[in-house]
Design a protein around this ligand. Sequence first.
Ligand code: ADP
Ligand code: ZN
Ligand code: ZN
Length: 815
Amino acid sequence: MAFADVILPLAVPGRFTFRIPTGSDVRPGMRVAVPFGRGGKLYGGLVRGVHEDAPATAAREILSVIDEAPIVTEEQFLLWERIAEHYLCTLGEVMIAALPGQLTLSSETRIIVNPFIADEPRRADRSGALIDALVEREALSMKEAGELLGLKDPMPAIKRLIDEGVVIVEEELREAWKPRTVTYVKLSAAAQSEEALHQWFDRLEKKAPKQLHLLMRYVELSRCMSDAPFEVEKNKLLHLSNSSPAALKPLVEKGLFELYEREAGVPAPAALGKDAPRLSAAQAEALSNVREGLRTKEVALLRGVTSSGKTELYTTLIDEAVHDGGQVLYLLPEIALTAQIIERLRARFGERIAVYHSRMAPHERAALWMRMARGESAPPIIVGARSALFLPYKDLRLVVVDEEHDPSYKQHEPAPRYHARDMAIVLASLHRAKTLLGSATPSLESRYNAQSGKYAYAELLTRYGDVAMPAISIVDLRDAARRKQMRGHFSQPLIDAIDAALKKREQAILFQNRRGYVPVWQCESCAWVPHCDHCDVSLTYHKKLHQLRCHYCGRTYPPPTQCGQCGSNRLRMIGFGTEKVEEELAEVFPEARIARMDQDTVRGRQALDRILTGFAQGAIDILVGTQMVTKGLDFDQVSTVGILSADSLMRFPDFRAHERAFQLMAQVAGRSGRRDKPGNVIIQAYEARHPILDLVVRHDVEGFHQRELEHRRAHGYPPFMRVLALSLKHRSEERVAAAAGDLATVLRERLGERVLGPDIPAVAWVKDRHLRNLLVKLRRSAHHEEKLFVRECIDRVFAQPEHRAVQLMADVDPM
Ligand code: ADP
Ligand code: ZN
Ligand code: ZN
């Protein structure tokens, strides 16, 4: 008799063996419908292996085989297993994260009629009745669909309907990725000849000087834009010619200009398939160092300063890898903020690129997966955020991890809490592909691996076109306050710098790492601050909505009118967030057009696009934001960057605080002074002499790395040790404390002083649950073995009845 080991889309640990019905074709990588648990619920599990070893207890039988051919490859399974092992989670959890929602089926799966297809003629068979029911009731669970179809196991039938695109699996409603469109201006066909243009000039010169000015700017701009001749973005034209839409309108009506829209990121047809750029001497040298390094090593780290042209190096290598049929994965930390990179890659590679990320329409993700799994022609270059790791690659040759230091590569919730950069390296090795990590501010882990010879290392230390690195200066806030030189939260040098930029029609970015208006209200007499009723944190004031909000659980409260402790009505605000900065800025620069970019203003994707487009086109002069503004924004007109309070970055209570602070400051500084404008960066700080600031000012990435590595070595932190964070949660503080205490005791039996805690975290009560944290340091050379020991300890402690209800979260390599 034959058996199949099946992975179920559930968080339960263990492997599950089912009997294969005689005569059915069951191979690894196919989905099968199997009953699981006492309720007899159905799951679409994935066959991991087929064998003849009967399990000890009687195995239940597979009800049906869902796929005709495997949809998951051996390499994918191996990657999943590495993830489950390294990050202490179950294979089922990895399966849920990896497989597009459309391909994960269970009794509970809810199906709906595909809203993307037009009405079909009614089907005569039972599926017709099912579709009628779906139309009427909107959604049905797999179980209900089974009852309607009169099938005990409806999965194969439903799967066929999914394949045909008639129904889709209902997924958590996400805001779908809608491409934004940009309006362009070009000369109408009749106006394109030299002679016609002259006539227009003559006509406008006498009657309409403003329109003439607009036309002249258009001619200038369209000449210098070699990729897309005669085409200029409408808003850019209006901004750079200082014209109003009223000046453009008659020119369109009279037939001089044409307006049209195109999806942003899709280049004009003429610009597609752009030739390879000519690399500068410095770029060519760095590229040759990368190539040389990758001849012998699996991974290369490229440190290239901001605006050095790392992307051009990546594209050259990508081009080579796909030249003879290979595949490439290009990973980005956040898709939403990197439209510009995708645009550049599209210009170069056109249709050979597919974008893959969790905000795409669900059926499109599934469709790309299936094309790749079947080996049908799919684009060879996948650009994506971390979930793109999980696609069924067949001939992967190169993985590029852009901005490899970015903490967004780590998944926080739910498990698997994996680091996409680290797993990209595993993925590449499974395919014998090479990995290129790139950053202006590499992570200490990667820098250390390069230093110890595990990775190859190359540097690109000049900006493209020999543009100077931005000039960074520090403003001592203590001193400025003493001399009464502050206006709100702005020092005079910062105000002067912004002023100078605005006068030259250049743009500025201001970075403040807290959102909201003023984080907290405080009683002047007794120092009371309002707290969330369900979490142990003070509430943040959001002025626009005039409410207090908990940034941990999202609850909102009306602002207090009097102190909750002493009843005094003298309340004042302390601290400041982006919303406050925006407001103060408007007072200092009443003429400037200001926008804010943080989690509050970019809830929806469209809002983010509006801000980015507005800034790119010059409709915004100053952009204020949280760390979002440090990422992937390359705008030519930004000359000035202000960091409002460096102290709050450096004081974060975490061993990575200095690394983060350095990276954030260096990255946001790098947003200034691209192309021909020299950049000017002002950092405000109370602790103006902090050594980290000095390293930022000197652009001394290498100096920072060596200083911080020494520190990490001395205190036994990554990259010298691996860290495993354990977080325990329960409604009762006593119970969570007891469980954490017992766990620490058991862990210490073998790991001794390498177990830190249990600690009461700074925010110790979230969503009505008390928290306790433990930190375990694992030796790099023995982390597998030590993790097994940790797993045993966890099993042992949580098997005790009094601890069973305590929730545990394990985070390996926390960020
Ligand atoms: P990085 O990613 O290192 O910050 P980019 O790749 O964005 O730098 O390059 C900065 C700017 O210089 C971009 O506008 C890019 O188009 C331009 N650039 C870089 N290298 C070249 C090249 N070899 N030829 C033409 N333009 C280049
Ligand atoms: Zn709360
Ligand atoms: Zn009070």
